[in-house]
Design a protein around this ligand. Sequence first.
Ligand code: GLU
Length: 377
Amino acid sequence: MRTQLITEAKRVVVKIGSSLVASPKDGLRLEHIDRLVKELCEVRQTTREVVLVSSGAIVAGIEKLGLKAYPGTLTLKQAAAAAGQSQLIHSYEHAFHKLGQKVAQVLLTHQDLANRKRFLNARHTLTTLLTLDVIPIINENDTVSVEEIRFGDNDSLAGQVAQLVDADLLIILSDVDGLFTQDPRLDPTATLIPSVQTITPDIERGAGTSRSQESTGGMVTKIQAAKLVGSMGIPTLLLNGEIPNLMPHIFNGHLAGTFFFPRTDPSKNSQSSRKQWIRYTLRPKGHILLDAGAVDALTHRGKSLLPSGIIAIRGDFWPGDLVKCTNETGKAFAQGLVNFSATDLRKIMGAQTEKIGEILGNQEYEEVIHRDNLVLL
Ligand code: GLU
């Protein structure tokens, strides 16, 4: 099953971690970029489509700007990213060009994907590039990414990209062999976990906070990305990118790294793309606490959310924002796009639908969250 999910994958998102392509002391590792590019082209040649998500801009920028250490402030990180990204893309362009492969640079922020129109535009551009036999090279648009709109790390970005392009497989290349039973740097008895059926809380805890100095993520963000794409039916493979030819080999059935089985059926078609976007891409801006009747109406009776079942509201949100619905014990069980601001909702919560106009004046909607904009968790 594992081999089949890998060898039959037609569209693959490959994420390359910073340490594989750059070092703060020496800048870009050009021979490594050449080798990885050659391997990516081999994977591509076997009629597979490849989308590359590459880190390395900040680390390359550190060397280029002569900074003494990894930047501590966001502004300095953004400056380093701007300086490093042009070098990084230039090196990729050059390496791919030597092998006759066209590439394109795509820089994204989370905000680009949180807007449905821009999400669809990004999807359209990426799939058009793939049709034109171009490998998109994606990075976070670090220069303009302030906290609220950031992915923050490229493992999350790669996970979102896998969803965006409806990938069949996500490969995360880093400088470790995969997921271990313990941190192998601290415990010599640690052994590699070849595959993970379900990401349990134990596995999440075991990932600890391990991270290398040059990357934003660590094992934690990799597991989060695997969990996210797994619930969309996409498997993830963590692989050591320092080992030459490992990536092309795994497409010939060679076993390496840690494979995360997708949680659901890999057909991925059970939920519409729009509902997947509501579920996996958007970030909640608030919480709405519901009484038992409303919980039942949403969970079992396929209803929209009306003001009468709302007990309390947390957060500050605007029409169109994503909010989570929680039951009386505080457990989130659904989320959706809200039709009222938090301020207006506080005025109408608990009220019967026909009172909305009386309290707020004429309104476009009577549902707080329409069923079409709601997903159960
Ligand atoms: N976007 C950052 C860069 O290119 C990398 C973020 C990460 O390490 O995950 O340097």
